[in-house]
Design a binder for this molecule. Sequence first.
Ligand SMILES: Nc1ncnc2c1ncn2[C@@H]1O[C@H](COP(=O)(O)OP(=O)(O)OP(=O)(O)O)[C@@H](O)[C@H]1O
Length: 265
Amino acid sequence: MNGDGLTVRDLRVTFDGFTAVDGVDLDILPGDLRFLIGPNGAGKTTVVDAVTGLVKATGSVRFGGEEMLGRPVHRIARNGIGRTFQTATVFEELTVLQNLDIAAGAGRSALTMLRRRRDVPEPVVRALETTGLTGLRDRPAGVLAHGQKQWLEIGMLLVQDVRLLLLDEPVAGMSHDEREATGELLRRIGEDRTVVVIEHDMDFMRSFARSVTVLHAGKVLKQGTVAEVQADARVQEVYLGRATEPEPAGGPEPAAVPATVAEEA
Ligand SMILES: Nc1ncnc2c1ncn2[C@@H]1O[C@H](COP(=O)(O)OP(=O)(O)OP(=O)(O)O)[C@@H](O)[C@H]1O
């Protein structure tokens, strides 16, 4: 296993007296591809917000042997933790290459980065190859397909040498082919980095997760392999309980977890 692991202990986040994250423990081994699943409002995004310093939290978040909690956002990022949001945040007017260059370009002048470059830095070349965007490097990011924008955003983390990637619903709104390509991309990235994926898409989770954490009402309900999580009675209950609730766009089939368990039983 490569990369750095993430160890979270007794993580708690409250918003005006409401406890959104209620004593979460996570052990994510180096090189893991961990899926964080759970019903709407379970606290998934808030856990990632706490790990990346966007919300105040108590407890402990250790990465690469160091405590992250209490550090400002930019220092956590400098320690090799990067994230994407549900909506891709690329510079639409700039080319793919310029987006990657800017992400990689701490210390270089804006003019240098915006100039069409003959010698593309090695990390940018690697990120273009890894994300499959080499052929699109001179296109404005704004014309990319939805999936390609997500891949560019992941590429922007790769050029920053992020060792822990936290991805918030990376395949939401993607076509079937884009989902498959994204799963393969996560596998490639996971060869030398640790990846955590928040996801509602249960088919995607089943295909690509190495391990799974199920959150419910701010707590860890179950942690284990896909098979272990699917076989857990409490997990089935939580998903059956939401079978009548509306799903977000691109979300899973209601009761997707128990349906599979039933097939296997
Ligand atoms: N800034 C905030 N202020 C107040 N409450 C918040 C804030 N952010 C999140 N919450 C609440 O905390 C709970 C957990 O939200 P969170 O977004 O982490 O859930 P989630 O599991 O990511 O849900 P989803 O799958 O819908 O994105 C929800 O009840 C939400 O309304």
